[in-house]
Design a binder for this molecule. Structure first.
Ligand code: ADP
Ligand code: MG
Length: 347
């Protein structure tokens, strides 16, 4: 928001006024949503399917910085990161509930902007916003979203289902969101020190990866189309290395990832080099890519081979072989789950 945009204090509307204002913009569309906003609780008919439920909380100063994250993007992303978890179970998201902690720093217009993003993501992915909670906060903005999805019992994919020798496959490309964040942080520092306007030219792709990620609904559709049922799946929120190790550990296996198979976009690669970072390390540990990482039986190789959206990056091994990255010369390096640990980032 610009400094001269209108500002309506939250106190002028009050909690109930604010909720009414939000509710007036929301029309549930799923037959499974029997009651949305407006009662003590939403009512959902799972229609005989299994339900998956997941929550993600985003805290100002820990997960986002409003110096460079527009509220609309933040709203969009906070829905997307939840839907990504639902897709990672091979389920279809249907509903979300949104809990907000708002400090009085935020006017009604800011909440409107946030909801524009939230509702845009809901529209794009076909989910209903069916409720939430609104409370005051003394320390900035907190957004907690819970997503509810459904799947047939036999379609749900757990982290624990991988088998020895299964192929490890990832969608899209990796490390972009992390490099986007590096560019945004750099430009913020330059702005703070010199007042110079941010120079984001040539970095559109990675900045979009950071600010407006998408959940890979299309990959779930693609896998169905290819008639491939992964044996294990996880979404890449904390970095490839850490997610691959989650699958391995949950499945009682080891894992091997090949450095030269890592899918890295040229923009990510070039920017990493500019920052004196190793592109592979960014791809392995960057996080926030929201790609899907999954394992498939070797027999499915023919079905996924050469697909531009999928990269075979390694395979599962027995547990005793451990977790390794194989470099271009065949050397083994122990994988470390540096991850995207919220407790290690910033002070
Ligand atoms: P209660 O006091 O019983 O918890 P609330 O007054 O908090 O009820 O909420 C009233 C209705 O508005 C409920 O349906 C709730 O889910 C919905 N709601 C509250 N806050 C939000 C929000 N931030 N976004 C969407 N719906 C909300
Ligand atoms: Mg409540």
């Amino acid at each position: 928001m610009t400094d001269n945009s209108p500002r309506t204090e939250l106190s002028a509307l009050g909690e109930f006024g604010l909720i009414e204002r939000l509710a007036s913009r929301i029309v549930p569309s799923h037959a499974s949503t029997l009651k949305g906003i407006g009662d003590d609780a939403a009512v959902i008919d799972p229609q005989g399917l299994h339900q998956v439920i997941t929550t993600d909380m985003l805290v100002e100063g820990v997960h986002f910085d409003l110096a460079y994250v527009p509220l609309k993007h933040l709203g969009y992303k906070s829905v997307v990161v939840n839907l990504s978890d639902v897709y990672a179970m091979n389920a279809e998201p249907r509903q979300v509930v949104v809990a907000l902690g708002l400090s009085n720093r935020f006017p009604v217009e800011a909440v409107d902007e946030l909801y524009e993003g939230l509702l845009m993501a809901c529209r794009n992915y076909g989910v209903d916003l069916v409720g939430g909670d609104t409370t005051a906060s003394r320390s900035g903005l907190v957004i907690s979203i819970t997503a509810i999805g459904v799947a047939k019992k036999e379609h749900i994919i757990y982290r624990s289902g991988a088998k020895d020798n299964d192929l490890l496959v990832v969608s899209g490309d990796l490390g972009g969101a992390y490099m986007g964040l590096q560019v945004l942080e750099r430009e913020k520092a330059v702005f703070t020190q010199t007042g110079a306007q941010p120079d984001l030219a040539g970095h559109d792709y990675i900045i979009e990866r950071q600010l407006k990620p998408e959940a890979r609904k299309d990959i779930i559709t693609l896998l169905k189309h290819l008639d491939v049922q992964p044996t294990a799946m996880i979404d890449v929120s904390d970095g490839l290395a850490s997610e691959a190790m989650h699958i391995a550990r949950s499945s009682g296996l080891g894992v091997r990832i090949y450095d030269d198979k890592l899918p890295i976009d040229p923009t990510t690669y070039r920017t990493a080099r500019d920052f004196d970072l190793d592109p592979s390390t960014c791809a392995l540990n960057g996080g926030e890519d929201y790609e899907l990482l999954f394992t498939v039986a070797q027999a499915d190789f023919e079905k996924i081979k050469g697909n531009p959206s999928l990269s075979v990056i390694g395979h599962m091994t027995d547990a005793a072989s451990g977790y390794h990255l194989v470099d271009k010369h065949g050397g083994l390096h122990e994988l470390r789950a540096q991850g995207w640990d919220a407790f290690l980032r910033k002070g």
